[in-house]
Write a protein that binds this ligand. Sequence first.
Ligand SMILES: [Zn+2]
Length: 316
Amino acid sequence: MPEVNSVSGPLNTSGLGFTLMHEHILVQSPGVKENFPIFDRQAEIDKAVQRLNDVQARGVSTLVDLTVANWRDIPFVKEVVAQSGVQVVVATGLYWEVPHFFRAQSGRSVDFIADLFVRDITDGIMDTGVKAGIIKCATDEPGVTEDVERLLRASAKAHRATGVPISTHTHAASEVGLKQQDIFEDEGVDLSRCVIGHSGDSTDVVYLKKLMDRGSFIGMDRFGIDLFLTTDKRVETVVKLCDEGYAEKMVLSHDAGCYFDWVDAELRPKVLPNWHFNHIPDDVIPALKEGGVSDEQITAMTVDNPRRIFEAQGSY
Ligand SMILES: [Zn+2]
């Protein structure tokens, strides 16, 4: 039986269950909490455990935490996993705002970066004993810049060396998912091993079908970020694609976080009231059913597709 690296150790893919494929336990701006007294660690752990208990009570058993390497705090995630019992898969990889250390001008090669990602997957992240189970990479509105391309290629190389899946961040409006696929293809990647993320920010089914027709899964993974697109519109798009037979190629998530320092903690629920882990079980799934999506299609998007994404394994 295939296994996936999780925070609590190797996990049989058949035990993944209802999986949210793009979430975050903690997202922190690098260097802030180490230098200013802004972070009450124990209080944040308690809050995170509560949020994970709440979502587990709704039938969710696994979260894929796609926090990039320079924003993560694996000991924090370990503690939250130990206290909540939720299954969490963490990522290696870097964001589209490429740290100076990894830029072309640093003189460090793509292979050097790929080796660091591989180490996170095969040996574990620093001395935490936790191994990454997925590779995250990102392309936003500026597109595939030279430095972003280096990270996409390093991610592809690390994927081919380890077999763990790739999951991306995109700016859907500029259709950069297709450009990511071009680079992955150029690196010899089987596109069915990739999730093109944040595709649910788009209602353009022609673009979305192109991504899936090339073999990839797409992440309808920002439910609750109403500022980008309302839940109604996101639901409508998923319903349309299910009607056309694409339930086997979509996964659902929120891109939400427990601790997320980009927005003030008091302000966040006021601006984005639906942006939390419970929105899909509480509101989105009932709305999809009302739109005519079958129970089998819901199971495909929440259970079967995540399992298939992690089940395909091996280097090549
Ligand atoms: Zn994210």
